[in-house]
Design a protein around this ligand. Sequence first.
Ligand code: PEP
Length: 264
Amino acid sequence: MNKLYFGSNLKMYKTVADTVAYLRELAQRTADIDRKEVQLFILPSYTALESAAANTDQACIKLGAQNMCWEDQGQFTGEISPVMLEEFGIRFVMIGHSERRHVFGEADTEENKKVRHALKHSFTTLLCIGETAEEKEFGISTEVLRTQLKIGLYGVDVKDAANLWVAYEPVWSIGVNGIPASVDYAESMHYEIKKCLREIFGEAADEIPVLYGGSVNLGNANDLIVQPSVDGLYVGRAAWQAEQFERLIRNAKAAYEEKRKTAD
Ligand code: PEP
């Protein structure tokens, strides 16, 4: 995979005004980076999506929603449907973030319904998976990831693989109390994920980007991005200031290019 993916989920941190200012600054700072080489994406809060879309060229920064319902409309108080996202020009959604699973109790079967519905709308669909610290301790990380993939992607047609992205975000590595995964551990899990995706989709799996997320920062981004099974970085805290995110992207891109040069 030649393109590198860099993105951030803004969670419930930025207001509409903050989001628009952040996106403007990020767009300006990264304007010279070739979008054929780098796919940049940001997931604002629902309330900021309309203004974000009105103020962003999505050819430069793809915008997405942090979650979505598995129906177009109905008795689903508090939910947002793909039809509503499309009204804002949003055609990209994240499903199954660790906080959806572990704070709001979503199960793999629900993630599956959402994934299938997003793909039915031809949305770019980013499925997040990751094991807890306890599951890692029991030595079942691979089994957990395989289960999340096999259930989460159950019934997905191979032709829709082109709209799928996967993020590996170990639960124990995310957020303020997170411990970054070692580079070797991240690579070995990414390898297993890619193997499982190939079992599900055959050759079409080779086009599915697999991103690493969980305490990515300026200190570890370069080592992670040069791993053979890591296609991109999904960054939280270290991306929420445009200047810092720009630096992380430029450094990681340079490290990746250097690695390719020495490999040739
Ligand atoms: C996340 O919450 O998905 C995440 C990657 O956060 P952080 O980088 O802050 O650990």
